[in-house]
Design a binder for this molecule. Structure first.
Ligand SMILES: Cc1cc2nc3c(=O)[nH]c(=O)nc-3n(C[C@H](O)[C@H](O)[C@H](O)COP(=O)(O)OP(=O)(O)OC[C@H]3O[C@@H](n4cnc5c(N)ncnc54)[C@H](O)[C@@H]3O)c2cc1C
Length: 399
């Protein structure tokens, strides 16, 4: 395992982040923005910062969780470009294939994913989001492979993806968790249609997938046939961990910027005036940011000691996503009309990009993605507080 010095990482980011990149990507098409992110990813990969937790053998950095936190925080502090077009490639693909893939699947796909092949995730369906085990896309045996028919939705970056991590039902008569298989789907084929969905803040990174007899050979089944639910847990775990740290760091930096825009707290001379309402609101948000950041680092510590963090991950998810909404809302109130002027950006520039209107609209995705907050609150209520379970709910199956 490599060792990392914090000052060295900060210095690296300060030297390598392209200057004024936010403005320069404004005129890019969606394809050009993916290419821009790919180039930035390759720069990150030169130091192992693109996929810092993935072993070096597969093109990652092989860094400890603590070092990953340092890398994410340093990037966020200098507003490094996002690599969200590669989120599935950098997190979900190695987490899934290095746990449950065959050696041939690992050789064929992992290094390419880290190096900039776009992958998407085809889990959610119109009738299966929080209750993922209700998924209905069907895979039917055909010669030495499978034909898949059904609809997926909210598949991020599917319009640019070469491959998809896909769940489909292979045994409709089994218990609902037991009849699901995990596939690698090649996106470039006649049975796959992708339709982007434009979001409220401008980008169209989400997509619907329409599958009509799409072909998957047997060699692209991950894990056992009908054993996909267990494999999916490795993918879902990749949506947790230090992944929230960059956003938490950006919130802290943004709150500090907003506070300094309100003028000095200590006057040069004369008595100290009472703080304005806006200043006390920002101070309260900053106190929460410090608490959420500390919780995030606690979950990193727990993971390093071999625990999955349990319900603390749910507390963290609710904590950072609600804080994001309130911090971006405060920025909108302070920006006034400027927030309206900048509420529509073609590209996702990070959850806290310094464009108040767009950041606030985009912040609403955070309480839904990676498992909706209401589901996290159910988990906290039942498992942390020991409250009784709602008897009307289906057993298990939640994201
Ligand atoms: C930014 C973003 C990126 C995403 N990317 C992908 C992707 O790449 N691939 C993919 O497959 N999916 C993706 N998703 C989909 C995401 O996983 C789902 O949106 C999420 O699981 C919620 O499912 P749903 O939208 O169907 O909402 P539903 O499950 O229909 O929920 C609707 C509302 O009801 C509430 N609710 C549901 N069940 C309960 C319950 N038991 N108790 C209390 N409240 C409940 C929910 O919290 C929510 O408020 C993404 C979503 C977002 C926002």
């Amino acid at each position: 395992m490599r060792e990392l010095r914090e000052t060295e990482v900060v210095e690296w980011f300060e030297t390598h982040v392209p200057s004024d990149w936010q403005r320069s990507v404004d005129s890019m098409s969606a394809e050009e923005y993916v290419e821009f992110q790919r180039n930035w990813l390759r720069t990150l990969n030169e130091r192992g910062f693109g996929a810092p937790g993935v072993p070096e053998k597969w093109g990652g950095g092989g860094y400890s969780l603590r070092d990953q936190a340092t890398i994410f925080a340093a990037g966020a502090r200098v507003s490094a470009p996002p690599t969200d077009a590669f989120e599935v490639s950098l997190n979900h693909v190695p987490a899934t294939l290095l746990t449950a893939g065959t050696p041939a699947q690992q050789e064929r796909y992992v290094r390419g994913a880290i190096d900039g092949t776009v992958w998407c995730q085809g889990f959610s369906e119109p009738g299966a989001g929080s209750d993922l085990a209700a998924l209905a896309a069907r895979a039917v045996r055909d010669g030495d492979g499978w034909r898949i028919t059904g609809q997926k939705t909210w598949s991020s970056h599917a319009a640019h993806a070469e491959h998809c991590l896909l769940l489909a039902r292979t045994d409709p008569n089994a218990r609902r968790h037991a009849g699901i298989t995990y596939f690698i789907l090649d996106m470039d084929q006649p049975g796959v249609q992708v339709r982007p969905i434009r979001q409220i803040h401008g980008p169209a990174e989400f997509c619907e997938l329409f599958l009509d007899g799409a072909w998957v050979p047997d060699e692209n089944v991950i894990g056992e046939v009908n054993g996909g639910w267990a494999v999916a847990q490795a993918t879902l775990a990749a949506e947790r961990g230090p992944i929230a740290l960059p956003t938490i760091e950006r919130i802290g930096a943004e709150l500090a910027d907003l506070a300094s825009g309100l003028g000095p707290v200590e006057p040069a001379d004369g008595p100290r005036p009472p703080l304005s309402r806006a200043q006390t609101d920002l101070a309260a948000l900053l106190a929460r940011q410090i608490a959420v950041r500390s919780l995030a680092l606690d979950t990193v510590d727990l993971s390093e000691r071999g625990s999955d963090g349990g319900q603390l991950n749910s507390v963290l998810k609710v904590g950072w996503s609600e804080l994001l909404q309130e911090a971006t809302s405060a920025a909108v109130l302070l920006a006034g009309e400027r927030a309206l002027a900048e509420s529509d950006s073609e590209h996702f520039l990070g959850y806290v990009s310094g464009r108040p209107g767009s950041d606030w609209l985009g912040s609403w995705a955070a309480t839904i993605a990676g498992g909706a907050n209401e589901i996290q609150l159910n988990i906290i209520a039942e498992r942390l507080l020991g409250l009784p379970r709602d008897p009307s709910r289906q057993p298990g199956g939640s994201r």
